[in-house]
Design a protein around this ligand. Structure first.
Ligand code: GLV
Length: 303
């Protein structure tokens, strides 16, 4: 029984040390597989082209928080996404940065700076800025708590998540009311058939005029043409995006040079190798003991 590791070179020695110290076997890379029947788990971002090569595979572990990039798995193979306090905190930090950038007009000040223009804009207090978080899973709740601590007026919408102390929770049926009170809309949704394209003209039209968009979900959530139209028409005043479609964003894409938009190259979180390996270890042990697998994904639901 061994875990096949298919992630980045710099993570490999850390994973190897942690798994070996725990008495588990790790095979580093498909080229090192001598007996495919011995592979019981695969940890990867990009899975092997032929999963059927591994007859005793029990689980595929995504080394990130998302799983939308993974193909259907053979029947009986469990899919687990990495649960890590580090990922949660990194995304939280990125969202805080983006919220504060839009809350304090940074895109406009960057533009003024390029012109050497010293000009104050009205400053709003956090309590007067209503933030709406789409997706109140573990990361959404952490973001909500931190924004609440800073004094923002926070609400979240979720199909299955929960609210937090100090933030209001809107159900899936309350989209209109939720969006109508979102001066800054934060997207932390998983990408599923239901959420693909959700950040488009219909959603933007329900936001207060001049709202801002903060997106750390997936590029597939966002309709780029609708974003441009909403910015040009003034329905949206700015956006901070960590994810785009396509990725990487081509060098000549309009998003790069639009002064109302700030783009970061899908870096909100990067899995810490220690936490990644510890998660994999927890998956292996749960499978062996017949316990619930941490981070298990419901493929029907998509997260
Ligand atoms: C990054 O987007 C991840 O899913 O970890």
């Amino acid at each position: 029984m061994a875990l096949l590791f298919l992630s980045t070179r710099e993570r490999a020695p850390v994973w190897h040390r942690i798994l070996t110290e725990a008495g588990e076997e790790m095979v580093d890379g498909e080229a090192a597989v001598t007996d495919p029947a011995a592979i019981t788990e695969i940890a990867c971002w990009t899975p092997p082209a032929d999963l059927g090569r591994y007859p005793n595979l029990r689980a595929v572990i995504s080394v990130g928080a998302g799983v939308d990039h993974l193909p259907p798995l053979p029947p009986g193979v469990v899919l687990s996404r990495t649960l890590s306090a580090g990922i949660d905190a990194m995304v939280r930090d990125w969202v805080m940065m983006a919220v504060l950038m839009l809350h304090r007009d940074l895109p406009a000040y960057l533009q003024q700076a390029r012109q050497g223009l010293w000009k104050a804009r009205p400053v709003r207090e956090a309590a007067s800025r209503r933030i709406g978080i789409l997706g109140m899973g573990r990361i959404g709740r952490l973001v909500a708590d931190s924004l609440t601590t800073l004094g923002f007026d926070v609400a979240g919408q979720s199909r299955s998540g929960a609210g937090g102390p100090g933030s209001t929770l809107f159900r899936a049926s309350e989209t209109e009311a939720f969006l109508a009170r979102s001066d800054l809309l934060v997207c932390l949704l998983p990408l599923t058939e239901e959420t693909r394209g959700i950040l488009g003209a219909r959603t933007f039209a329900m936001l207060p005029r001049g709202a801002g968009l903060i997106h750390a979900g997936r590029g597939g959530h966002l309709r780029m043409t609708d974003l441009r139209e909403a910015l040009d028409g003034g329905q949206l005043s700015g956006a901070v995006l960590d994810v785009t479609d396509p990725e990487p964003l081509p060098a000549d894409h309009w998003l790069w040079s639009d002064p109302r938009v700030i783009v970061t190259p899908h870096v909100a979180a990067q899995t810490n190798p220690v936490e990644g390996a510890q998660h994999a270890l927890a998956v292996i042990r749960a499978l062996r003991a017949g316990h619930a697998v941490p981070g298990r994904v419901d493929r029907e639901r998509g997260y």
